[in-house]
Ligand binder design. Structure first.
Ligand code: FMN
Length: 200
């Protein structure tokens, strides 16, 4: 499947087949590819919680507007970020790069993020949004379906997954096989409302 087809066919699916299973190996293959998604300074700040425990899924569903897909989808990922990966041995993110890049970028990481909580959080959300789309398109390529989600109580989900200090929840994604065709796309605005030339 090419990228355009994956984008054209991806929809935010509502209902998933609880009997459909995705193997550990298939999940690993998907995530290893998704992890090639770009992050600023290569800080790879995403952390992905794979919620396998049915009882935990049920508890998350209860704080996610009772959305069926939370329990029914084959996979439920809580896409989180560690706000401090910039400080965690940052040299490893550039190991093997030409010396000139290492000397320039490794100190620059510190300058960019240190004592800047808003920048750290913005970066977390950027990275998570990008990897989320990679995950959904890779799922599409496998013939699976997905749904991005923010219809849940972030604090409650954070508690349920034991979100560590210095981490944030960005969104959730369900992946599996849909049980019904989506209705045609609705309400899409036109490019001329979105595209601004040069300045607003
Ligand atoms: C960040 C984000 C959060 C969303 N949260 C939910 C959700 O909690 N439940 C749901 O059914 N759909 C959710 N959606 C799906 C959107 O409603 C959907 O993407 C949008 O209506 C466009 O439809 P399409 O993705 O099928 O083209 C979410 C989408 C995004 C990007």
């Amino acid at each position: 499947m090419n990228v355009s087809t994956a984008i054209l066919e991806r929809r935010a699916e509502k209902m998933f087949d609880p009997a459909f299973a995705i193997s550990e190996q298939q999940m690993t293959d998907l995530l290893e590819k998704a992890m090639l998604s770009p992050t600023a300074f290569n800080i790879q700040n995403w952390r992905i919680v794979n919620v396998k425990d049915p009882a935990l899924r049920q508890k998350i569903r209860e704080v996610a507007w009772n959305q069926d897909k939370v329990t029914d989808a084959s996979l439920l990922f809580v896409i989180c970020a560690d706000l401090n990966t910039w400080a965690k041995e940052p040299a490893r993110y550039w190991a093997g790069a030409p010396q000139m890049y290492q000397e320039m970028l490794i100190p620059a990481i510190d300058v960019y993020y240190r004592d800047k909580p808003q920048v750290q959080r913005d970066e977390a959300m950027r990275s998570c949004g990008i990897i989320a789309m990679s995950i959904m398109l890779l799922a599409q390529e496998q013939g699976w379906h997905s749904c991005p989600m923010d219809g849940f109580d972030f604090e409650a989900v954070g508690k349920l997954i034991k979100l560590p200090e210095g981490h944030v929840v960005s969104m959730m994604i369900t992946i599996g096989k849909r049980t019904q065709e989506s209705f045609p796309r609705v309400g899409k605005i036109l490019l001329n409302e979105v595209l601004i030339e040069n300045t607003f």
